[in-house]
Design a binder for this molecule. Sequence first.
Ligand SMILES: *Cc1c(COP(=O)(O)O)cnc(C)c1O
Length: 462
Amino acid sequence: MSNLTALPSIELLLNTPHILGVIQKYSQAETVAALRELISGLRSQLLAGDAVALPDFLSKDFAETVAQNIEAARMPSLRAVINATGVIIHTNLGRAPLAPLALQAMQDVALTPSNLEFDLETGMRGSRHVHVERLICELTGAQAALVVNNCAAAVLLSLMATSTGRNVIASRGELIEIGGSYRLPDVIAQSGATLREVGTTNKTRLSDYSNAIDDTTAVLLKSHTSNFRIVGFTSAPRRQELVELAAQTGTIVIEDLGSGVLIDLSPYGLDDEPVVADIIRSGVDLVMFSGDKLLGGPQAGIIAGTKVLIEKLKSHPLMRAVRPDKTTLAALDATLRLYKAPFDPIREIPVLAMLAEPFEAVTIRAKQAAEGITKLGFTDIKVQDTTAQVGAGAMPERGLPSVAVSCRIEGISPNELAAKLRQNKIPIIGRIERGRVLLDMRTIKDADLSHIIAAFQSLKVP
Ligand SMILES: *Cc1c(COP(=O)(O)O)cnc(C)c1O
C-alpha cells in the first residue's frame, strides 16, 4: 500500500524533460492519455499486492514506453494483416481480398455523391437494385436478382417473404451449421416458418419430400452442405426431381448455396462446387450465395431467381433492414465485370488467382522467402510441401497442394515465434505444425515477402 505514494502525479510527469520531448513529438492530449493509462496500470498492480518494479519516471526509457503507447493508440483496431495460414477464404481474416478495380469502384462512389437511387435519364428517384441486377442475371441466367448484406440475410429474407406461417421442407442431411451462429433450423424458425424435416442423415428420397407436402407447404429447401461431407451409403434426390415435384405440388424450390461459384472451377480441383448458372438452369426458383466467398467480391448476399419472387422480396418490409450500401454495390459490380470480356476472372480476382496459381510458382515464392530469412543468419528455415485450404466451407476434406516456409528459431518456442510475427507492424498470421511455424505461400502476395523478411530481421534485435 505504502508504495502507492511512489507513483508521481501526471502533472509532475508532464514537466520532466523527456516527457516534454514526447509532448513535442506527439501532442499534449495523447501524452496525458498514455501517462494516465500507464500510471493506472501500475496503481492496480500495487493495489493487488503484486511485486512491481517501478520504472525510473525521469528516464529516457520511460519516455520511450510512453511514446510506444501513443503509437499503439494511434493504430486502428481493424487493420491489414498478412494471411500466411494457407486458408484462402479465411473468415477470421476478412474472407475474400478485393480486386484493385473493385476497390477503385468503392472509392469512386464513396468520396463523392453518386446516382445510387437516382435515374439519370428521367431525373427522378431510381432504385439501388438496378446497378448490379442485370450483370447478375447475365452471369447466372436468372430472370431477376437482388443483393442484400450477406448470405444469411438472403436466406432469412427469402424464407420470410415466401414461407412465414407455413412449412419449409428440408432434408435431415442438409440441416447445416456454418460457424458462429448460423444454424439453418434456427434461421427457419426466425423466419416464422415451420421446419418439416424429412429423410435421414445419410439418405433422403424424393418420396420423403412428396409424402411430407401438404397444403401448409410453401418451400422445398435445399442447402449446400459446404463444410462437411457425408460419404458412403448416401442418396438425395436430384435438384431437377425436386423442381418437378415442386411444380406438380404448387410449391417452390429454394437453394442456400453459400459459396457461389460463377464459373466452372473443376480445372483447379473444385469439382464439388455447383455453378450458379447450372442451378438456375435446373429450374430452382431462388438461389442465394455470398459475395465474399468464392465469388471473390465484397461481403454481400446475392439472391437470383424468378422475377415474381424477386419482386416479392424487394417489396418485403425486411428489405430495408438488409439492403447493401453504395460501396458494396460498387465493389460487387466491379467484381462481376471481371467475369466478363475483356477480363479473365482467374487472373483478376484474387481468390481465384490464389486458387489457380501453379504449384511451381508458389514454390518459387517459398524459396525466395526462405532464402531471405536464412540470409539474416537463421539456420533452421526450410521449404516444405504442405496443403492449403479453400476455406469458407469449400472442399473441406481435400486441400490444394501448397508450399510453406517452415521456421524454427533457436531459443524461441514456436508459440513465441508465432506471437512475435502476429505483433509485427503488419501482423503475419501463420500456423504451428509439429513444433515449427509454417508460413503458407499460396495465400500471400509477392509484395508481402519483403514484410515477412523484415519481420524476421526485427526478431534479431533483442
Ligand atoms: C457461408 C454460408 C452461409 C452464410 O453466408 P454469409 O455470407 O456468411 O452470411 C449460408 N449458407 C451456406 C451454405 C454457407 O456456406
